[in-house]
Write a protein that binds this ligand. Structure first.
Ligand code: KG4
Ligand code: ZN
Length: 381
């Protein structure tokens, strides 16, 4: 089979991204335009602003991805675009643009589920390193700002299938990082900042218990027990615990002082935040992160044992977290279980993962229908 160069386009949330990937195994170019500066003053993604920024960025981002790859619109073999899940208005920008481009160029267009993209970020980079020998079944934890989902992933010939065996009942893990950072006036997105500040705090200072959801939870009526136990997550409670801690420890004044001090700094760096954090705040942040990481690792490894998987993937924005990586690596190693992460740039949203996930579909001829549209809650199967 000759090489296939796929141009991937991703616009599901607050990153406008395009990439060229060869045959699902080599990143030729990878361009990500982040809208962080636009959303920073609001402490979260504002959907209307996100769509507007995607509209502005999509053409130059795609052009740059082609240019960096030494390709042209004509020289790529196919296009791939994120169909969902994500913000409808944001998804539509990428989809409309990709459809028009594919039509004008008379090239096939492959629709891709964003979550499948995160899983294929791992596969892409392992293949790129020369590792073609992953053992199945694979358990994938997709942990990001919008998702905390566990999937059993199987490959039959070139086609992939997925079975969800757990998800968050409320907030996603990345959302909890972002909300806690917002409570503490630590900027947006909160995950990378908490990751950085936690290194200077004591992770055992505060005990934040996490909601335990019974594995065999029959409240999911309609789920036959034969499908096996579920491993669900819940992160809205820990956010409330952090808020209560802030109130009972009288931390409001130090938070406001930090907000005021940083408002006077143009583009504050992580070191500026660190310089404006007292010991109690650093300990709180480190303890919060420890509790989150423990819960993610314990539930994922319990699911891995229950389903007797051969390999674990951890992917999505929160997979960029240093403590997530270290704790997963050591806990999985002690159980003799191989665990793989994408590199940090491919952990967060990007289009290389979309182009990689599209490759088996391209081979199978699974192209977009003419009426392809955004699906904000697209499930992964
Ligand atoms: O995958 P992603 O880029 O977008 C979604 O699909 O949601 O993930 C973004 C999320 C944000 O919540 C962000 O705070 C979190 O990933 N994140 C992190 C880190 N880097 C990004 N969370 C913890 N530690 C990090 N180093
Ligand atoms: Zn994502």
């Amino acid at each position: 089979m000759a090489d296939a160069f796929i141009l991937g386009i991703e616009s599901s949330c607050d990153e406008t991204a395009a990439a060229v990937v060869r045959s699902g195994e080599q990143v030729i170019s990878n361009v990500v335009y982040s809208q962080v500066a636009t959303h920073l003053p609001y402490g979260g993604v504002v959907p209307e602003l996100a769509s507007r920024e995607h509209l502005r960025a999509i053409v130059p981002v795609v052009r740059k991805a082609l240019e960096d790859a030494g390709h042209t619109y004509e020289s790529v073999d196919a296009l791939a675009v994120t169909q969902g899940p994500g913000l409808a208005g944001s998804l539509l920008v990428g989809i409309s643009y990709a459809k028009a481009l594919a039509f004008a160029l008379e090239k096939p267009l492959v629709p891709v589920n964003h979550l499948e993209g995160h899983i294929h970020a791992v596969l892409l980079e392992e293949r790129q390193k020369g590792n073609h020998q992953l053992e199945f079944p694979v358990l994938a934890l997709v942990v990001s700002g919008g998702h905390t989902h566990l999937y059993l992933a199987e490959q039959q010939a070139a086609a992939w299938t997925y079975r969800n065996i757990g998800h968050t009942r409320d907030d996603a893990a990345g959302e909890a990082f972002d909300k806690v950072a917002k409570l503490l006036a630590l900027g947006y997105p909160g995950g990378p900042m908490i990751d950085y500040l936690a290194r200077s705090g004591n992770p055992t200072a505060v005990n934040f218990p996490l909601s335990q959801i019974k594995h065999r939870d029959r409240r999911d009526s309609g789920t036959p027990a034969a499908q096996g136990p579920r491993f669900d997550f819940s992160y809205s409670g820990i956010k409330t615990s952090v808020l209560r801690y802030i109130e009972t420890q009288g931390m409001k004044d130090t938070i406001e002082a930090r907000r005021f001090a940083l408002a006077g700094v143009q583009r504050p760096a992580p070191a500026d935040y660190l310089a404006n954090c007292d010991r109690r705040t650093l300990d709180l942040v480190a303890s919060f992160q420890r509790a989150m990481v423990r819960d993610l690792v314990e539930k994922t490894l319990a699911a891995a044992r229950e389903y007797n998987v051969a390999t674990v993937f951890v992917t999505g924005g929160v997979a960029a977290n240093s403590e997530v990586r270290q704790t997963f690596a050591s806990a999985a190693a002690s159980e003799g279980l191989p665990v793989y992460f994408p590199s940090r740039p491919l952990s967060t949203d990007n289009a290389a993962m979309i182009a990689a996930a599209a490759y088996p579909k391209f081979l199978a001829g699974r192209f977009a229908p003419d009426d392809l549209s955004a699906e904000a809650s697209l499930p992964l199967r």
